[in-house]
Design a protein around this ligand. Structure first.
Ligand SMILES: [Fe+2]
Length: 421
């Protein structure tokens, strides 16, 4: 290497070190959130839809980096570690259920009890000393409202409803389930995107808004007083934990301008707001103002009156691993009328919720999260981000979540270092 090159390299390196040190020095009061790249451990998460797992079916899923085999045998869902203790084979790549009680490894015939995970026999060596001495991890499972929930952790699981936003599990809640899909972004960016008052601008491109002729905004803004006034914390010992914001006091800015060098300015107005009176604009956003948006532990969002006044939208950003999350979305109405419930699970839910909300709206959120992932995953975004006033609500959530997390998932957990009994 020439002296000149070395000198140039040293100079560059010096700058990099300085910049990194500066970023790292900024202490954050939401450290637990920063540490939770793989998710919060010791919580319940949606893992699959009931309808995607018929009798005798099985599939391999990834939850917080842990590979899990989920199966339905004699009507009951079982979730087992998808890793043979013998030599690590993934059972799900060729699942073998010779009986309704057992899972057999397709490589060397080790056969496990699906209820307690213990090695019951080895087909090729029924006298092996290993029998009864090793086991798979068995995950607690609950199947409710057409959703299979799995508890990922080591502690005695708390009741499921502690980890599901209020209303979802109510007896008269009718839950329309959209097909979940994977998004190439860390799960925390999902939580933050869903709640972020500043992100409304992206919904100018959302088909739902375009079809409804509804301008959104250049981003909601609220004063600090209004944020405090409209935010409600729910931190009961024996129930779900989360916080909600009423949208009513939010300012929808649909006009803006860009100052130019010559002292003049370029005026802008959202296309769908043009030519409308203030009354018309107010009327269009009235339904949004009725709503309440809330984030709930461990990783979900609840939006009331969306996209129709009687419908509540729920979504979960389930960590699949550190670089992907599975996006579960549900449209919920509450009714005791059986006919109405049946209609909701059929064409009503599809037309009033799934088509507008899932196909015509949240796809834009999914796109934004993917676009944001690289900065946070590879470029120290969590340290280098420069937040502005509307982001205060995100930092409120980060602190709230840091306070209520029951644990942190780590890469070691994803590699199978956890308790098995
Ligand atoms: Fe959004």
């Amino acid at each position: 290497m020439s002296d000149v090159t070395k000198e140039l390299l040293d100079e560059t390196q010096g700058y990099v070190e300085q910049a990194k040190a500066k970023a790292a020095k900024a202490k954050k009061p939401w450290q637990t959130w920063l540490d939770a790249e793989w998710g919060f451990r010791n919580h319940w998460y949606p893992a699959s839809l009931s309808r995607d797992l018929g009798e005798g079916d099985s599939k391999g899923i990834e939850l917080l980096g842990e590979e899990i085999l989920v199966t339905r045998q004699e009507g009951k869902i079982r979730a087992l570690e998808d890793r043979c203790p013998h030599r690590g084979i993934r059972f799900s790549s060729r699942p073998l259920f010779y009986t309704k009680e057992t899972l057999t490894c397709w490589y060397h015939t080790w056969t496990f009890d699906i209820e307690d995970g213990n090695l019951r026999t080895i087909l090729s060596s029924p006298d092996s000393k290993m029998i009864g001495k090793c086991s798979l991890k068995v995950y607690p499972v609950e199947e409710r409202k057409g959703v299979i929930f799995i508890f990922v952790g080591d502690i005695e699981p708390p009741p499921l409803h502690y980890d599901v936003a209020p209303g979802f599990l109510d007896d008269n809640a009718v839950v329309y389930c959209a097909e979940p899909y994977d998004i190439n972004s860390n799960w925390r960016l999902g939580c933050e995107n869903g709640y972020d008052p500043g992100h409304q601008f992206i919904h100018n491109w959302s088909e739902m808004c375009i079809n409804a002729g509804m301008h959104t905004s250049y981003g909601y803004t609220s004063t600090k007083e209004d944020v405090l006034d409209t935010t409600r914390y729910v931190e009961l010992e024996d129930g779900p934990k989360g916080f909600t914001r009423k949208v009513e006091k939010t300012t929808f800015r649909h006009e803006a301008s860009i100052p130019l060098k010559d002292g003049s300015k370029k005026d802008l107005m959202l296309p769908l707001a043009r030519g409308k009176s203030k009354e018309e604009l107010d009327q269009l956003t009235a339904i949004i103002r009725l709503g309440t948006v809330g984030l709930w532990m461990p990783a979900s969002l609840k939006v009331t009156t969306f996209p129709a006044p009687h419908c509540t939208h729920y979504e979960f950003y389930v960590p699949k691993n550190k670089d992907e999350h599975t996006y579960f979305q549900f449209g919920v109405i509450h009714t005791d009328d059986e006919e109405e419930a049946e209609r909701w699970l059929g064409e009503d839910g599809r037309i009033m919720w799934e088509v507008p909300a899932v196909q015509g709206f949240t796809v834009d959120d999914a796109f934004a999260r993917e676009q944001m992932h690289k900065y946070y995953a590879e470029e120290d975004g969590w340290q280098r981000e420069r937040l502005f006033q509307p982001d205060v609500e995100l930092t409120m959530w980060r602190q709230f979540a840091s306070r209520h997390a029951r644990g942190i998932q780590t890469e070691d957990h994803s590699r199978g270092y956890f308790k098995r009994d």
